[in-house]
Each structure stands twice: as C-alpha cells, then as structure tokens.
Ligand binder design. Structure first.
Ligand code: URA
Length: 353
C-alpha cells in the first residue's frame, strides 16, 4: 500500500456489513481494518471528492453499496474505475463526512465522467505522489454542479375580496373596480360589466337582477324592452333616470343565457351594490323582481308576500332606507295583467314614506 495512502487514512470508523462487502470487493477490507500508522499527510475527508473513486459503475454490489453508504454524488460521479483502486483513499462512511451543501442531484448515469476524472490528475501540490488524484489531495474534486436554475415564480398576491376592495372606494373608483372585476366566473363571458346609470344625487335607487343581452352589449342597465317599460313606469310617477333615479342590478355581469345567478356569484357581487347604496344614499329603493328582493332583503319569501308594504334596509352607517318591492318589468311584459299591481307598488314608493 502506498504509505501516503495508508497515512492519509483516518482511523477506521465502524463499518456496516454492506460497506464491508464493498471494501472486500475493492480488496481493501483488511487494509481498511488495520490500525493505521501515525499520519504523515492527513488525507482530506471531503464531502464528495473523498469518495470519488467508487466501484466501477456496472458493479451490482457497488450499486447496493451506493445505496447503503449514502453518498450518491461521490460514487456515481467518481473517477474511472481502472487504475483507481491503487490510488483510492478508503471510503469514508457517511456519518464521518461533513454535511454536504445542497447541490444539484447527480445527473443520470453513473458513468458520466466528472471533470476531475476526465482530466489527467493535476500535478500534485508538492504534498504527495502523482498517483493520488488531485481531487483527493486538494479536496477540490470535481466542481460541484451548479444547482439548476429554479425559476422562482413570483406568486400573485391573493385577490382582495370585493367587500374589502370597495370599502373606501368612491363611485368612480367603484365603477372601475366593477369593470375590472374577476371575482366570479361571469367575467369570462361578459362583453361589458354594467355598473349602473342615472342621476346623482339620487332620489330613488332602482335595483334589478342582472344585465341581459342588450345591457351586456351596451354596458347600461335596462336598455332592452324591459328598460322601456321601466322608463314608462317611472315616468308615470314623475321620475326619470336622467334626473331622479339611479338604476343598477344586484349582479353586474350577465349570466350566460340569462340564467339565474348562482349563490357564489351573488356573494361575490353584492358588495358592489351595498357600496353603491352607501355612496348614493337614496331616499328609497325600488326593488324589481323576486331575485333582487330576496337578495337585498335577505329572505326567501315570495314576491307576492314582499310587495305591497314598505321594508327598511339598514345601512352600515345606521340609516334606514325604505324599500318597496315590485314585479320585474320582464315579468310584466309576459303577464300584462299584473301591471295594475305594479302601479300600486309605484304609488306606494312615491308616497311620502
Ligand atoms: N333585467 C334586469 O334585471 N336588469 C337589467 O339591467 C336588464 C334586464
């Protein structure tokens, strides 16, 4: 045995049976287990360089030893097997090695030569024979592979809940928020979000259900046939959307095919309406249709039981706004005989409440 090698060995640590098998295969079992002479040159005990000369890559015993010794990078990335056994420094069991800094896992294929293995051993730095790889003597070894560049995806900040976002918004900011809103799936199918339209300051706030096709196209509430009927109804009590009334909906985006809005869409959208009420401070609210009435009044009562009387909506500021419920104009278009009842509702809303 090369005296330097022998001297370079640290005191043999305890080895497990698999390591013993491996040493036996390398023909080093006895050498390894012998007590070394006093070290002349202390062999480095490196994280990976120190064990860079593992068994030949094809050895099945070597493979199991790799698994057991637990130094995959050193063993798989080691120098070529040929000629190394004479120069090898005894493998250092994992527990005797310093912690290995986190580096990239070895590339696939244990045969892949490391730079140190591919290059002939560098001239030793005057400390030992050229038979000892510089990687062992100098503890330089193959340069650790750079860790793969992990693209750190900047996580998008979680969306601010609508109720939080609208808290301090003025009407203009609120309108911008509605237009940009993506709080529910309805934003995907909309042409326009419909914020609302009308007079400011507002005497009446008229609340419908959700934009229909025409409203979605034009971005304004109640512009179709329902809208024409609504304008006529308002005119009958001396009100106009230009002068007295602000018109909006519970849901600001059109549900596909005019289906009923889903509970999660209502929950996502209703903070906009509540903020509109807080900002517009209407004298009263006229709610059109079962859906809007149930949502605003927080009830599942029928429209028949809700209309014909005055409700009150308590605002966060402590105000009580009178609320009158009536039929939706679209329903009145389908059921003209109900217009008489709607007329009663309008007169109730117009009364000094
Ligand atoms: N129906 C509604 O409820 N709102 C509109 O804006 C249009 C039709």
């Amino acid at each position: 045995m090369n005296p330097i090698d022998a001297a370079a060995r640290p005191a043999p640590p305890r080895i497990n049976p698999l390591q013993r098998i491996w040493l036996r295969e390398l023909g080093m079992e006895r050498l390894w287990l012998r007590t070394p002479a006093a070290p002349a040159v202390k062999a480095p005990v490196g994280p990976s360089a120190g064990v860079s000369a593992g068994p030949s890559a094809g050895s099945s015993t070597g493979a199991s030893a790799r698994a057991s010794v637990g130094a995959p990078s050193a063993l798989s990335g080691g120098a070529p097997a040929a000629g190394l056994q004479s120069a090898i420094v005894a493998p250092v069991p994992a527990e005797a090695r310093p912690a290995v800094p986190a580096i990239a896992p070895p590339a696939e294929g244990a045969q892949q030569s490391s730079p140190a293995a591919a290059t002939p051993a560098e001239p030793p730095s005057g400390r030992a024979s050229s038979a000892i790889p510089a990687s062992i003597l100098n503890r330089t070894g193959p340069p650790p592979r750079p860790a793969p560049k992990v693209e750190v995806q900047e996580e998008a900040p979680p969306p601010i809940p609508v109720a939080e976002a609208v808290k301090d918004a003025n009407l203009e900011q609120l309108a911008a928020q509605v237009v940009a809103c993506a709080a529910c799936g309805l934003c995907k199918g909309r042409r326009h979000a419909v914020v609302g339209q009308g007079a400011q300051p507002t005497r009446w706030l008229v609340v419908g259900e959700a934009p229909g096709e025409q409203e979605d196209r034009q971005g304004q509430p109640f512009v179709g046939r329902s809208g024409q009927l609504l304008d006529a109804m308002l005119a009958a009590v001396g009100m106009s959307r230009e002068r007295d009334v602000f018109i909006t909906n519970v849901i600001k985006c059109r549900p596909p095919g005019n289906r009923n809005p889903k509970p999660e869409e209502i929950a996502a959208c209703s903070p906009y309406l509540m903020r509109q009420i807080a900002l517009l401070k209407p004298e009263r609210i006229l709610v059109l249709g079962r859906f809007a009435a149930q949502t605003l009044l927080g009830t599942d009562a029928t429209i028949g039981s809700l209309r014909g009387r005055v409700h009150h909506l308590k605002t966060d500021e402590g105000a009580q706004i009178p609320v009158v419920v009536s039929y939706h104009p679209a329903y009145l278009l389908r059921s003209p005989s109900e217009k008489a009842r709607a007329w009663q509702d309008l007169k109730l809303a117009a009364r000094d409440l």
